[in-house]
Design a protein around this ligand. Sequence first.
Ligand code: URA
Length: 212
Amino acid sequence: MFNPACRACARLAEYLDEVRAQHPLYHAAPVPPFGDAKARLLIVGLAPGLHGANRTGRPFTGDYAGILLYASLHRHGFGSRAESISMDDGLKLIDCRITNAVKCLPPANKPLPAEMRACNPYLSAELAGLPPGAVVLALGQIAHRAVLLGCGLKQSALPFVHGAEHVLPTGQRLIDSYHCSRYNTQTRRLTEAMFDAVMARCRVLLDAACSV
Ligand code: URA
């Protein structure tokens, strides 16, 4: 299970020590998943951002990427409000949980492959605990790869394609989306409409699973 004091990756733990010294009010520790462990929609991001999730302690909160994510979740009935501001803002996720492939802030936003592997048992446990009919939404190729690893699949088993739907060995669905990062949205690789369409598809799949 998630360890809020994890120091398994020396490089990340030492980096967090430096960041904590520079920013004493920041969370600057592994960022736990947000939302009910039994939620049927699991969203997997990459890793906390320096002045976002690493500051607030909640995934995609204070990060540019969270603006589109939380607004879209709210539009599709997965969030009680359209914004996530801080741990104590009262926002509730509805049948949705958000986690990251890597729980600690990586230097330059780039976790190393060994760090991805070392952190993966947390994600693997989250995937194993999903209820029947759940949908996993991978934000970006790194999250997609982390989900495959977490399910014991080879990396070649399922290709990452924006909008693609895959069936995981447990029967649950995996949906891919480009990451809702500032770079992807500002270059319009990912538009609000594209992201909304992915979220709408998650909603349809979950509603269909309810009615069988
Ligand atoms: N913040 C997160 O928590 N995850 C991301 O992937 C990006 C920003």
